[in-house]
Design a protein around this ligand. Sequence first.
Ligand code: F6P
Length: 324
Amino acid sequence: MKKIAVYTSGGDAPGMNACIRAVVRGAIYHGLKVYGIRRGYNGMISGDIFEMTSSSVSNIVQRGGTILKSARSKEFLTPEGRKKAYDNLVKLEIDGLVAIGGNGTFTGAEVFYNEYQLPTVGCPGTIDNDLYGTDYTIGFDSAVNTSLEAIDKIRDTADSHDRVFFIEVMGRDSGYIAVQSGIGGGAEIVMVPETHTPLKKVVSSLKDGWRRSKSSSIVVVAEGDEEGHATEIAEKIKAQVGDKLDIRVTTLGHVQRGGSPTAYDRILASRMGLAAVEGLMSGQKNVMAGIINNEVVYTPFIDTIKKAKPIHDDLLRMVHILSI
Ligand code: F6P
């Protein structure tokens, strides 16, 4: 292996830059040439590929977003798009890829590898923490901390006005952010896509709290909950409780994807970036470099995409126990 390229794709996540830095500097340390591809698969197709040096990644370890930019590419879903991408990589004699992203990124990488056998190692970069094969994904810890900061602030105003707040956090198919920020923020209820929380149950625990003179209640809702978005859920609950409870809604949205990565994410991203380069050099291909129990583990892309990573029941149980 002599020349590798790195790209970020899908939703950005705090810590992606720390990962790019580790890939670039790790590759240079090991005597490889390293290229950056802008805007993920779109840049691979259009040939937006440039050589990176150690100074290309100076002063980025603390920055949110991704200096390589990101995109969700429609063209890469077509065989013609992937052929163009492959031809551009061949022109530059690139013989290995590091893909930083989530589910969609690895689905693309898996298809591409099966067609062209270009060795690819992934680094899990998504705030959702929904990838099998790693305890945590890059950006998750930062997103949880951002949500917590907001929840703490909302708690102040909720308490002053004796209100109930429904707070929506990200997670289309995954409730990890909701559960962790719910526990950290002392939420009374957490609603996640992995388990169904009937509205009847929500109403009864809110009423319980009210009877016990709780001055505020917080319900953290993952955006993918089967009862709908926080606004819809709040409307349905209002219809059942009338003006007994004073209800407000806050949707945190993309604020969770930005900002400086936490120390945890910077270190995780750095370890994963280096593990991806060293994995490629030792013959790993079509796998993601994850960290399980503090050890680097390589898991086939297909498993990272297809296998579920359930939320531990204990965590959900704990939300309930600790909110009584
Ligand atoms: O996958 C990360 C994520 O932030 C999800 O939690 C969210 O549903 C989605 O991306 C939002 O995507 P977009 O950036 O396209 O709005």
